[in-house]
Design a protein around this ligand. Structure first.
Ligand SMILES: *[C@@H]1O[C@H](CO)[C@@H](O)[C@H](O)[C@H]1NC(C)=O
Ligand SMILES: *[C@@H]1O[C@H](CO)[C@@H](O)[C@H](O)[C@H]1NC(C)=O
Ligand SMILES: *[C@@H]1O[C@H](CO)[C@@H](O)[C@H](O)[C@H]1NC(C)=O
Ligand SMILES: *[C@@H]1O[C@H](CO)[C@@H](O)[C@H](O)[C@H]1NC(C)=O
Ligand SMILES: *[C@@H]1O[C@H](CO)[C@@H](O)[C@H](O)[C@H]1NC(C)=O
Length: 376
């Protein structure tokens, strides 16, 4: 059964890959898990101009970000603000998650100007950036922004006017401005500062494809020349003519592959039963198919509705979670994107758990089946 499922998924994957060669919708860049499709497009011959909406052009480029050697990343250029790397795109909620290719987002936030860009911040906070003597901050609980600090000055950002007042003797104000943040930093009465280690989350309203995405469709321009947006729920309508050939090739691979795998799995099933009968002396162990009774995978909107978070430099996780992702067996690193299962609060690398949840609707650790709560 598992083999059959894997074959079908491989076939679907193959189909998608082949489709992407001649279609507006599917492109990816580097190791990123998200697909680039309308309203975004990858500039270059891969996706022609009509595949994307103005202002949503991405460039797939090689970067030496961090110590990852020469990885390919999708860059978004914001007018007046420069290039950002896209970590993730949520087409359903129309949100993008960005980071600075030079790993100092606070510096970019100081100069962020989103005018003439289709993007805006969902939630902003009024922050004051202070430059303080290092010894003032060294033994305090205030989080300093490392990449803005140097040997003669420690920089911190706070939304607390009380803190600004208290430090006004020894610290100077670099800037006071409204800054997009992932979530409310703190109550303004708190004496806290933020190291702003999260990603930049922006959202867009135009073009509005939320309804289309929720129905499982994909937006696109109605026609080569028209600037009207259409919702394509039937993928065939956005396929070019050359697609038909690919589709025939794909189907000629998919159908035999599926048929073949059904044959093989039923054969292996038969053999297994025979083996079970042969060794029937110990009747206690009932052969249990791993898929039997297991809930089916979740749909995309349910998966996307689960809480997502980006690890800060402290790598502190909420809930009952260790330092290693139980699915992909890789340690968590700062800025990793995690997704947490509601109810049990178990978190995993979102790339790993999304794939899992598409196949299997239970938490990989405790096998809890979170009640499917589709948005709205
Ligand atoms: C953003 O940049 C534009 C063009 O340079 C300028 O007119 C506008 O005042 C800037 N906005 C802010 C908030 O700085
Ligand atoms: C930020 O400051 C502006 C005025 O400068 C004010 O209108 C706005 O309410 C403030 N926002 C928050 C979240 O305090
Ligand atoms: C340290 O940073 C401050 C402002 O953040 C700057 O004025 C100063 O010149 C810097 N000092 C050195 C040695 O780089
Ligand atoms: C400012 O710095 C001086 C000397 O470094 C220190 O004595 C004083 O307590 C500081 N003021 C505040 C408010 O921390
Ligand atoms: C698309 O354009 C062609 C002509 O280029 C036209 O015949 C066709 O009706 C248009 N389709 C729609 C849905 O408007």
């Amino acid at each position: 059964m598992g083999f059959l499922l894997r074959t079908i998924f491989f076939a679907l994957f193959l189909f998608q890959t082949i489709q992407s060669q001649n279609d507006c919708r599917f492109q990816s860049c580097g190791e990123n898990q998200f697909l680039v499709r309308f309203p975004f497009r990858l500039r270059g011959e891969k996706q022609p101009e009509r595949c994307g909406y103005p202002g949503f052009d991405l460039i797939c480029t090689t970067t030496t970000y961090n110590n990852k050697r020469n990885s390919q990343v999708p860059l978004l250029n914001l007018p007046y603000s420069g290039d950002f790397v896209i970590r993730d795109i949520n087409y359903l909620t129309q949100e993008i998650q960005l980071y600075d290719p030079n790993n100092c987002l606070p510096k970019r936030l100081l100069n962020l100007n989103l005018s003439s860009s289709p993007f805006f911040s969902g939630y902003s906070e009024n922050l004051t950036f202070l430059s303080c003597p290092p010894e003032q901050i060294a033994n305090s609980r205030f989080a300093k922004i490392d990449c803005l600090s140097n040997s003669t000055s420690s920089v911190l950002a706070t939304s607390s006017m009380n803190l600004v007042k208290a430090l006004s003797d020894n610290c100077s104000t670099i800037a006071a401005l409204s800054v997009p943040v992932l979530w409310p930093l703190q109550n303004s009465n708190d004496w806290l500062s933020s190291d702003l280690s999260g990603d930049l989350m922006l959202t867009w309203n135009v073009p509005n494809c939320e309804g289309c995405e929720a129905r499982g469709g994909v937006c696109g321009f109605e026609n080569g020349t028209s600037d009207r947006i259409m919702c394509y729920t039937d993928p065939r309508t956005v396929q070019s003519r050359g697609m038909k050939i690919f589709k025939i090739i794909a189907l000629s691979i998919v159908i035999p592959a599926v048929t073949c795998s059904i044959c093989i799995s039923s054969l292996s099933c038969m053999f297994e039963r025979r083996r079970d009968r042969d060794s029937a002396t110990s009747a206690a162990v009932a052969p249990q198919s791993p898929a039997a009774g297991a809930p089916e995978g979740l749909d995309e909107s349910t998966i996307q509705s689960y809480k997502k978070l980006v690890l800060g430099d402290s790598r502190r996780l909420p809930g009952p979670n260790g330092a290693t992702c139980p699915i992909c067996l890789v340690d968590y690193h700062p800025r990793d994107t995690l997704r947490c299962i509601p109810l049990c609060d178990h978190c995993f690398h979102s790339d790993c758990v999304d794939e899992w949840l598409r196949l299997n609707g239970t938490c990989p650790v405790c096998r809890n089946s979170p009640a499917p709560t589709p948005p709205e």
